[in-house]
Design a protein around this ligand. Sequence first.
Ligand code: SAM
Ligand code: DTB
Ligand code: SF4
Length: 328
Amino acid sequence: MSKYSKEEITEIYNMPLLDLVFRAAAVHRMFHDPAEVQVSSLLSIKTGGCSEDCGYCPQSAKYETDVDVHKMLAVRDVMEAASNAKAGGATRMCLGAAWREVRDNSDFDTVLEMVRSITDMGMEVCCTLGMLTESQAKKLAAAGLYAYNHNLDSSEDFYKKIITTRKYDDRLTTIENVRKAKVTVCCGGIIGMGESVDDRIKMLYNLSHLNPQPESVPINALVPVQGTPLEKSKLVSIWEMVRMIATTRIVMSKSVVRLSAGRTQMSLEGQALCFLSGANSIFAGDKLLTTPNPDFNEDIEMLKLFGLKSRAPFKHGKVDTSLEEVSA
Ligand code: SAM
Ligand code: DTB
Ligand code: SF4
């Protein structure tokens, strides 16, 4: 798989917009079924009160936001949400916890039980629980976990301006631990936090130089939340989102690119351009973790309108090896 230099990624990102969309669409059609979209449902299983200070996040305990702090949900409630999501056409359930890191305690045992139960229902399960050790990653893998979401979020330099309670290297270590456990990696970032185009390019460079590349790359547009340091951020323009999605598609040609947070602020036409530019996954469901997402039925209508269908679960098998690179 070709890997691009920072200069090449910059050139791609800055191409005339329609040329960029055209090239990304061509790459997309070479490596993916363009009629298929991977539909995930997101559920916050433990909400708020997080000890980290991520400047974008309404769940940090350092900021006063409207989030209802909630301890761990019960397994049966999570199962019910998963089965509703499955009935609605979602094939992946993504469970999020507002933790800095996983601890080996009864809450973690509960997560393992959730992973086992939802996998048994025939859905892919993704978790996003903060930092993980190798042994915790292996326990999740043994429970059937399909994917682990842990974002790089921005360039290493910009990261320091947004989060002080952990380092970029901590993120990379967790991603390595996930890899060692043979769980697929879901890793992307956010635009619209005040970062420069160069920060976005550096993030895409870092993501695309992970070996193997992440199977799934979520691109989030910042949802500015009252009470967080980024509450006054200007909404990201759809053209920046299209550029980001298209460039991600070109530099990580085989990965699934997820059009993630921020869709409530996008028109249908804007989202259509994102799908044309290579996005092939969304979060469906009326809520992301704590902020609103488009209405579920409107999303189903949107997919119908665009002629897109939900991708079946486990397309690349129970353990996805489609992006594994043979080392030289
Ligand atoms: N605590 C875990 C962690 O930080 O990895 C998991 C949950 S955290 C909410 C997952 C991701 O959500 C973050 O890495 C960030 O990319 C995204 N996120 C959080 N708040 C956001 C916001 N206001 N707008 C867009 N994306 C956001
Ligand atoms: C990701 O990259 N985006 C999702 C998921 N991974 C966990 C989370 C978006 C969260 C948006 C803010 C909220 O709803 O709290
Ligand atoms: Fe905590 Fe994750 Fe939010 Fe950061 S992004 S404050 S680690 S929940």
